[in-house]
Design a protein around this ligand. Structure first.
Ligand SMILES: *[C@@H]1O[C@H](CO)[C@@H](O)[C@H](O)[C@H]1NC(C)=O
Ligand SMILES: *[C@@H]1O[C@H](CO)[C@@H](O)[C@H](O)[C@H]1NC(C)=O
Length: 385
């Protein structure tokens, strides 16, 4: 180390920046030892951003005829000598503040992180001090999977992973793109914890549920703006499941009847209606077929116009996707109008009998109709008198 430093100063002398005679004269005319050059203050450790400029100051008093040089501490590479740069265009030295030699590095690279030495060519021992710079690098996400999609079967495990570079090491935060909470299965439980976000480079999802499907954002941030994010879509594949809110529907002849099914499935389904286990129903003057899709949920409606005796029977909503097929069953029957009910036409379409009420429900309805309508009448009278 010492040899190299000596080397450095020989080089300096060889460049005639510092004639040997002058140095000797200076030493001879320096009467007092207290007039030796001194560092005014430590260089200190500093942080700079990648691509910007790093500035380290070396403040010296009583320099006299001595010279100041900057070296990279790690390998003793000379960067500047007195007032000129020796190595490369990125380094420069300026004497901005009084008696302060400022080493400037621009544009700053990650490999400039490290310690720098300010030296004074005092004899016989050179004086030196060290200061270090840290180079802050904004976060960047490493994409090894361009699509960013993760596709699993329901109840399989899935892990969403995001790797990021940057300095200091970025923090990875996960959240859902739709701002809904992230569902995390509690260990050994069917329940979920709801969290706004999750911190960690991997988001482990145990026995994935369809409700966890969606677009996630992994956000990498450190002290250097801007934070960056990547979108990763979790696709949960499962065969259709069909729910029928009203399995038994009664309607008076001549009315329009609306049948409804709820489907859940992914990937996308093909949905249709069949009547009496036979013909597939088509949208037209008799039937209106409609469906509405929101992520993995589909609502299916079949409206039968001008309900007639021919329409009495069994209807199925059928849903298929690449993973399977499922169907719901609805039974449609006629409600015979009597004199009471004609008064309350609008409330006489009896829907809303669910699975529990299945069985011989039509008899039940018949025997209770009088009773129910008496109740209706009382309610009616109560409201309007
Ligand atoms: C500056 O940083 C170096 C290396 O990281 C460390 O050894 C030194 O103690 C630090 N000095 C100060 C004053 O913090
Ligand atoms: C899912 O992960 C759990 C625990 O990490 C493990 O016990 C289980 O075998 C995994 N299931 C599958 C289908 O890989």
């Amino acid at each position: 180390m010492r040899i190299e430093r000596t080397c450095f100063w020989s080089m300096l002398q060889a460049l005639a920046l510092l004639p040997t005679m002058a140095l000797k004269d200076a030493q001879m005319t320096t009467k007092k030892f207290s007039e030796e050059p001194e560092f005014e203050r430590p260089i200190g450790n500093h942080t700079f951003f990648l691509g910007r400029e790093a500035v380290l100051g070396c403040a010296v008093t009583n320099l006299g005829k001595h010279k100041v040089g900057w070296l990279r501490a790690e390998d003793q590479t000379v960067l500047t000598m007195h007032d000129r740069a020796v190595l490369g265009a990125r380094y420069s030295v300026s004497l901005d503040a009084p008696r302060t030699w400022q080493l400037r590095i621009r544009p700053l690279r990650a490999e400039d992180r490290g310690c720098y030495m300010c030296q004074i060519n005092t004899q016989p021992n050179m004086k030196w001090q060290i200061g270090c710079i840290d180079v802050y690098v904004p976060p960047d996400i490493i994409s090894d999977d361009a699509s960013g999609d993760v596709s699993v079967q329901e109840l399989e495990n899935a892990t969403l992973t995001c790797k990021a570079t940057g300095h200091p090491p970025p923090k990875i935060t996960w959240r859902r793109e739709d701002h809904e909470p992230i569902l995390l299965k509690k260990p050994m439980s069917r329940d979920f914890d709801k969290v706004e976000n999750y911190v960690g480079s991997s988001l482990p999802l145990w026995r994935v549920d369809r409700r966890q499907m969606g677009a996630f954002l992994c956000i990498a941030s450190n002290d250097v703006p801007p934070a960056v994010s990547k979108r990763i879509t979790l696709l949960v594949n499962f065969a259709p499941t069909v729910k029928v809110p009203n399995q038994l529907l009664g309607a008076p002849l001549g009315t329009d009847v609306k049948l409804k099914c709820y489907v859940e499935a992914y990937p996308n389904t093909i949905n249709y209606w069949i009547k009496n286990r036979g013909e597939m129903l088509l949208d037209g003057p008799k039937y209106t077929i409609r469906e509405e899709k929101a992520s993995y949920k589909v609502s299916m409606w079949l409206t039968i116009r001008q309900f007639s005796r021919n329409d009495i029977g069994t209807y199925n909503c059928v849903s298929t996707n690449s993973l399977g097929k499922s169907e719901g069953t609805l039974r449609l029957y006629e409600i015979k109008l009597n004199s009471y009910q004609e008064d309350f036409n609008q409330i006489s379409v009896a829907g809303g009998l669910t699975e529990a009420a299945k069985g011989d429900t039509s008899n039940f309805l018949h025997s209770n109709r009088i009773f129910l309508c008496t109740l209706c009448l009382f309610a009616y009278l109560y409201m309007f008198t």
